[in-house]
Every structure is written in structure tokens, then in C-alpha cells.
Design a binder for this molecule. Structure first.
Ligand code: FMN
Length: 201
């Protein structure tokens, strides 16, 4: 089949996010100017640069994570893993501002080292970030798409020693979780290695 999204897909459910999958989940903790703490998962999330380490997440509408990150200039990306899947989902609840999803999901706040928002103590890794840019992209029609894209530079990284195997971050041990389409998720259970070819001209 072929379809133009603007004219509809004719399927029972929109396949777009099932096609652009798996997507890593940035489990974003942030803090408002008033000290309110927030935690929510974002699968419109990725790393976009290795030097410097840049990550971004996209908020469909003005949600607390983007608002707090823009207000404070800081956020933390906590690693989403299979053992915490239910708590990650619980933290996506549309709680009113001022209600911490840490408490709601039964999670422990651990202090960050370089930024104010706490990290999730239970996570196998966390990236402390400073906001570098907040953008509101347009669609083809030139009108704002209604999303807020927050980019940040990673200035500190926590790793649980238990998932370091021979000095490598073991994603199977970490149980790294990804978002698929519909209501589906995937956990990393298998890894294979390939060496990148180099042109020997
Ligand atoms: C796994 C998962 C991934 C999500 N990804 C996104 C996303 O990329 N963008 C978005 O706007 N909402 C996303 N959501 C929904 C938000 O987590 C939800 O709207 C949440 O209440 C936002 O919280 P906040 O207002 O505290 O930031 C996702 C939810 C789940 C469960």
C-alpha cells in the first residue's frame, strides 16, 4: 500500500510510530522554578551528536517536562529498562503540576551531581543535561506543528556498576526498553556485532 498521511491511512490504527520503531525512551526528570519535581517518559527522544553529547526530546504540546526544562535550563534523562516498565508507564500519568510522578510511581529520588533535578535511583544509567536549545518546528504549511523540541548537552553520566561488563555498558543486563507502535514495547535481549567498513582507496 501507499498513502499520503494528510489523506488518511485507512488502517485500524495509524502505523507511523510502528514504522519508526524501536525508539529509545528518554525518561525525563525535571524541576520547575518553584522546585516542583517532574518525571515522564518521552519516546520522541534520541542522541543526535557524540561530540559534544547532545540529546533531544519532543513534547507534543506544552507539557511539564518541556516547560520545566525551558524554565530551569536543566533536565535528566533516566534509562528506561524492562524491570521498570510498569513504573515508566505509571509516570506518564497526566498529573497536575506540583504532583511528583516519583511518588506516584513509587520511585526514589537520587540527587544529581551537576544539575538540580533529581535522577531515578532505580535506573541503571542517567544523563545529566543542560538545555542548549528549545525549538518549535513548523510543518510544511509553515504553521507551528505544536511540538516543543528540547535539546540538551550531557554534562554528567551515571552508570550502575552492575551493568558494566569488562568495561562495556551491557544493554542486555540493563534490559534497555524501547517504544514501538500501538501499545507495544521491546526490551533488548540479544546483541550482535558488526565492524564498520572503511574505504581503503
Ligand atoms: C513510553 C511513553 C513514551 C511517550 N513519549 C512521548 C513523547 O515522545 N512526546 C510526548 O509529548 N508525550 C509522550 N508520552 C506521553 C507523556 O509521557 C505524557 O503526556 C506525560 O503525562 C507528560 O508528562 P509531563 O507533563 O509531566 O511532562 C509518552 C508516554 C509513554 C508511556
Amino acid at each position: 500500500m501507499f498513502y499520503e498521511p494528510a489523506n488518511g491511512h485507512g488502517l485500524p490504527h495509524d502505523p507511523f510510530k510502528a514504522i519508526v520503531a524501536p525508539r529509545p525512551i528518554g525518561w525525563i526528570s525535571s524541576m520547575g522554578r518553584d522546585g516542583a519535581v517532574n518525571l515522564a517518559p518521552y519516546s520522541f527522544f534520541n542522541a543526535i551528536s557524540s561530540d559534544p553529547h547532545l540529546v533531544l526530546f519532543s513534547s507534543e504540546g506544552a507539557k511539564d517536562s518541556a516547560t520545566f526544562a525551558e524554565e530551569s535550563g536543566e533536565f535528566v534523562v533516566n534509562l528506561a529498562s524492562r524491570d521498570l516498565a510498569e513504573k515508566i508507564n505509571a509516570s506518564s500519568i497526566d498529573a497536575p503540576r506540583g504532583v511528583s510522578e516519583f511518588a506516584h510511581a513509587g520511585l526514589t529520588e537520587a540527587p544529581s551531581k551537576l544539575v538540580a533535578p533529581p535522577r531515578v535511583a532505580e535506573c541503571h544509567a542517567a544523563l545529566e543535561c543542560k538545555v542548549t536549545e528549545v525549538r518549535r518546528p513548523n510543518g510544511l504549511n509553515g504553521k507551528p506543528a505544536g511540538v516543543i523540541v528540547v535539546t540538551g548537552e550531557v554534562i554528567g553520566i551515571h552508570i550502575d556498576e552492575a551493568v558494566l561488563k569488562n568495561g562495556l555498558f551491557d544493554v542486555v543486563a540493563a534490559g534497555t526498553l524501547a517504544r514501538l507502535g500501538y501499545r507495544d514495547y521491546a526490551a533488548v535481549t540479544e546483541v550482535f556485532e558488526m565492524v564498520r567498513p572503511r574505504w581503503k582507496g
